[in-house]
Design a protein around this ligand. Structure first.
Ligand code: NAD
Length: 252
């Protein structure tokens, strides 16, 4: 088992990629904190883990709320005595809106969850990791964090920022036993599109031609395997890096 007795927090673990990561980490011996704003879904993930005789708890936290993020980490340490792995997975899509169509409210919501949420959870995790000079952070970025037309401007900007933040954090704490890496998945079959509304016709029209160059729509489990690699000692020399997990889409 690659994560035996490690304590991992996975944000947005009620669905999709986060859920798959939580299940795989638990299978590999980690005690998993399944965090989400959707309590019903988080409890479903926990039940699956407990039914397979592994350990997990659900803790509600909206990553855009600093107090809730702080409580998430504090409660984790209280329950399990420590905390070793943070997976910043919670994220939302935009509606493919290009710059001229962005509404402030949507921009701020996306940046607050996709980017500031990663910063808040990382900042709080570091208060634990720095004391023990040990810890791993895995950020679920996106192909949209590297390419210009995989989503709208807000999502694209939010994920580019996550990649910059990952590199900076990885380097800053490299001598303190802490690693921070990101995964850039391509297109993955999840619920992320189900909450999309008022899709920009112009934005979608511009993005669509690139969609047909995608060789493969991935499964959440595919990304989870990369997240396991990055959380385990198998990737001990990898830090501040972005692993592209898009089946070759961005190499076109
Ligand atoms: P999903 O919608 O299936 O799951 C996301 C989970 O995050 C949900 O359970 C949701 O309740 C939770 N969540 C949403 N807002 C939250 C908040 N403010 N605080 C805490 N939890 C919150 O989506 P997914 O596709 O599994 O997305 C997971 C991550 O993967 C996201 O960061 C997304 O940007 C990234 N990603 C997804 C794809 C894709 O094609 N699905 C591609 C690249 C990157």
């Amino acid at each position: 088992m690659k994560l035996k007795d490690k304590v991992a927090i996975v944000t947005g673990a009620g669905s999709g990629i986060g859920k798959s990561i939580a299940l795989l980490y638990a299978k590999e011996g980690a005690k998993v904190v399944v965090s989400d704003i959707n309590t019903i879904k988080a409890n479903e993930t926990v039940k699956e883990i407990i039914d397979s005789n592994r350990e997990a708890v659900a803790i509600f936290a909206n990553v855009s709320d600093d107090e809730q993020v702080q409580r998430l980490v504090d409660q984790t340490v209280k329950i399990f005595g420590t905390f070793d792995i943070l997976v910043n997975n919670a994220g939302i899509m935009d509606n493919f809106a290009p710059a001229a169509e962005i509404e402030d409210e949507q921009w701020e919501r996306i940046i607050s969850i996709n980017t500031s949420g990663v910063m808040r959870a990382t900042r709080k995790a570091l208060s634990v990791f720095l004391k023990k000079e040990d810890g791993v952070i895995v950020n679920i970025a996106s192909n949209g964090g590297l390419q210009g037309a995989r989503a709208g401007a807000a999502y694209t900007a939010s994920k580019h920022a996550v990649i910059g933040f990952t590199k900076n954090t990885g380097y800053m704490y490299a001598k303190r036993g802490i690693r921070c890496n990101a995964i850039a998945p391509g297109s993955v079959e999840t619920n992320i599109g189900s909450r999309m509304h008022d899709v920009s016709e112009f934005g979608m029209h511009q993005v669509r031609p690139g969609m047909v160059t995608n060789p493969y729509v991935g499964r959440p489990e595919d990304v989870a395997k990369v997240a396991l690699f990055l959380a385990s000692d198998d990737s001990v020399s990898i830090n501040g890096a972005v692993i592209v997990a898009d089946a070759g889409w961005s190499s076109y």
